[in-house]
Design a protein around this ligand. Sequence first.
Ligand code: PLP
Length: 437
Amino acid sequence: MQQQPDWLRYDRDHVWHPYATVHSDTPIWPIVEARGAEIRLADGRWLVDGMASWWSVIHGYRHPVLDAALKAQIDRFSHVMFGGLTHEPAVELARRLLTIAPGSLDHVFFADSGSVAVEVALKMAIQCWDGRGQPQRKRFLTIQSGYHGDTFGAMSVCDPENGMHRLFSGFLPEQLFAPAPPLASEADDGSALEAFETLLKQHRNEIAAVILEPIVQGAGGMRIYRPDYLKSVAALCRQHDVLLILDEIATGFGRTGTLFACEQAGVEPDILCLGKALTGGYMTLAATLVSDEVARDICRSEAGALMHGPTFMANPLACAVAGASIDLLLSRPWRDRVIAIERQLEQGLAPCRDLHTITDVRTIGAIGVIELKGNHLPPGIQETLVGAGVWVRPFRNLVYVMPPYVIEDAQLATLTEAICEVLSTRLQMQPSPNPPL
Ligand SMILES: *Cc1c(COP(=O)(O)O)cnc(C)c1O
């Protein structure tokens, strides 16, 4: 066992972490190495990674193929501006994306993060309607419990309760929110869809696009809903001539058991956002894909071009590793692996169903979610999980995992056993007197 590194104190005093306060006593764990589906703490302990670094590390850490792709590109060049210049890694990545993407998408805009890809999608929709002579269409319709990122445009379409709407109200654009569809396990009386349709009809002349996460709502609540709902939403968008933006930043690249989640509903977006697992979790990169029809109208808008262009657009290192990651994924029986993970998650997390403070256990593809009653996790649950040898980062009333696809059966068993054990003991839960059917 090694000592805690001395830079850890500096971290606590000076380095900001996601959604964190400064000068906090919340523990933070120093990582010194990662390999496959495990990450190593500075004190020598290896943790099984249940998070895939926020959905992204699908092939595991230090995959030799991805390492090699990145090193090879470093030896050519690490970056050049994308304005007026181009390079093979970007073009070949675009070719791959357009080949595997659902529907008829024809153009790729490379952005530097998921949030920026969403900003670009929103800009595309607004500029498209400007090009079509309807510049008043500048609002977006979405569903509650969504998450689309932390920049302002993206935040404006995040769930208004869980999101940061109150904090930034007055600055944030005000969008339209339909109720979230029922969970796939709940009864559906059709009222969510009805409310969606009503809003769409009422505001159709001001709505530029509908934006939502297909099948799985991620950071907004880890909710899994029925493909039929998405199918109906897409049909209503066509019927009322509103663009459909699908945010597959979390669900893309096989996570839900299909390459893209929208395939489960047979739905084709006008604009598609990709990110997270795009580079296999190696670097930040995202992409906004758009149909030729929409792209042409964007270019007919007053500006005459899409008004976005980040400094590090289409970074060659990120594009090279993303291309390699897609090839690697497609060269493997990834679907079988994801379905096997789903089965093991279902079985491994099932014992939690009997705990009376747990309201739901749900899985889809390589995603497992445990929802607790009430709105708070017991304090210190994160430390207990680390003590049990796993990296899981619960939030609100949710303990959830989406491990790297390369996770071994034994590692996945460690993960689910640790979660069940920690939840049943750490929460001091009693088996329910009336176990649910
Ligand atoms: C994570 C996420 C984003 C934002 O991506 P960042 O790279 O964190 O900016 C947007 N949409 C969805 C669905 C996400 O899961």
